[in-house]
Design a protein around this ligand. Structure first.
Ligand SMILES: [Zn+2]
Length: 323
């Protein structure tokens, strides 16, 4: 009989990778940022391709910048090693002060730069769960406590699953929309109402298979709920911007949710046949989707492909063991 600890080892390993050694092997000095204008005062800042070992499509998570006379509102903070370069890129967009930041979720490629910006006096907004995850990070795979985060990067303003937090600045209305436990238990989508843009974080991805970070409270059902929620709030022409990968429209969520359900159902069948986690992974339940999933068979860390990691997570969730 495996202990809950053993069953959850893969999830823990994945979470550890995502926070502390997410980009081991990545040469941060090579990362440069490019700002792409998507609306008169809204920009998406992305890192160079083919440098980040975990995100070859673009280094780190995408950063959103709403600029204007009321000051800058930014989404996510990138890796800590590139904070200076990120700040320089933002300063090229606007010389106004950065006032607020919102985090889409806890992972280091989105929040490791938080302390740098927090020390500048920028007020950081995020889910209560995200702040909790920063203060009490999940243990490392070897059972040791995870390294402490710099409190300067903790969100100052937190919120739960209620109505969106709204910002009114630079002629824009920004909504911080909480998502039920999906990629993590502290996910937020950020909508720019007038620009008709939603930054959706990482519960949707089109580079590699979904990552259900169970150690940080992510769930498969939450990912499907997040897709449904996004289907309701997005219009047919809304630009949906994942934390990584290609920008999409609402209709692109349909095949994504289908893929998740199809893999879930296959794993369910294999579990009913009494297969172990190892056997389920070896059965390759994602096979029919692999050709349509760029990066799906690429490395997700800890010696696993992104497909194998996803299948393990689905197995663990359906088994109800682990967490
Ligand atoms: Zn993430």
């Amino acid at each position: 009989m495996k202990s809950a600890w053993q069953l959850s080892a893969v999830a823990f390993a994945a979470a550890v990778l995502s926070v502390s050694v997410w980009a081991q092997g990545t040469d941060f000095s090579k990362i440069e940022f490019t700002a792409k204008q998507i609306a008169p005062n809204l920009y998406m800042v992305s890192g160079s391709p083919n440098i980040d070992v975990n995100h070859p499509d673009a280094a780190g998570g995408l950063v959103g910048v709403l600029a204007g006379p009321d000051g800058i509102f930014m989404v996510d903070a990138q890796y800590a090693q590139v904070s200076d370069k990120l700040l320089a890129t933002i300063k090229k967009i606007s010389s106004e002060p950065i006032r607020f930041m919102a985090n889409t979720h806890i992972h280091g490629d989105h929040t490791a730069g938080n302390p740098f910006f927090g020390k500048m006096g920028i007020v950081i907004f995020a889910r209560e769960e995200l702040r909790e995850q920063m203060i009490h990070p999940p243990r490392l795979a070897n059972g040791n406590p995870a390294p402490a985060r710099d409190p300067a990067g903790y969100p100052v303003v937190t919120y739960g699953m209620g109505a969106p937090v709204k910002f009114h600045m630079n002629g824009e209305v920004i909504d911080l929309i909480p998502v039920r436990a999906a990629h993590t238990s502290g996910d937020t989508m950020i909508r720019f109402e007038n620009a008709n843009v939603i930054m959706i974080g990482d519960f949707y991805r089109n580079f590699g298979y979904p990552f259900i970070d169970r150690a940080n409270g992510g769930t498969l059902n939450g990912m499907l709920e997040g897709c449904d929620q996004l289907m309701k709030i997005a219009g047919p022409d809304t630009t949906l911007i994942p934390g990584h990968g290609t920008w999409i429209k609402r209709s692109d969520l349909v095949p994504y949710a289908e893929m998740i359900k199809s893999v879930r159902d296959k794993v369910k069948q294999l579990i009913a046949q009494g297969k172990t986690e190892k056997e389920v992974v070896a059965a390759k339940p994602t096979a029919s989707w692999d050709a349509k999933t760029p990066g799906g068979l690429g490395a997700a860390g800890a010696g696993m492909t992104s497909a194998d990691r996803f299948v393990s997570e689905v197995y663990q969730e359906l088994k109800g063991g682990a967490k």
